[in-house]
Design a protein. Sequence first.
Length: 195
Amino acid sequence: MRIAEINRKTAETDISLKLDLDGSGKSEINTGCGFLDHMLTLFASHGRFDLTVKCEGDTHVDYHHTVEDIGISLGKAFREAIGDKKGITRYGFMILPMDETLILSAVDISGRDSLTYGLHIPTSRVGDFDTELVEEFWLGFIRNAQLTLHVKQIDGTNSHHIIEGAFKSIARSLRAAVAIDPLYANEIPSTKGVL
């Protein structure tokens, strides 16, 4: 079973998170930030990951610590659940349309953290959510999952659609990358023999 549970408590957030890479897309999300709840619900559904997230954060300040720390916790859960990486496909990509928006994402579960972020979100907020936090979320995620992520906005004018398209596209790229490839069932998918 490729399951991980992360509990992370700081002076700013208290997070409990459970991830099952081989789930059916079920989620139970309560972050204290409605927009992030929505994005994580979509992420779980499109990745077919079972995901439970509970966070108590200093949202009276803003959502920065909550968003970043959940990204960190989700990244740690991915790294732990993937384990020794034997048998994984390793790479995944998706070009995802959402109305006027088109988002490309590509993932390499490489053991190296790298983010190439190409979203151009036209507004500074969606509801009460600061859109600059999207990049903070993915930075926290990739640094702790130790993977390479490229996300690029090919088209789009609606801030909500751009962010939602990115979460859906990345989820589907990750789903492909963590899938078990029968050709590599007992192998690390690298000529180095390690990832």
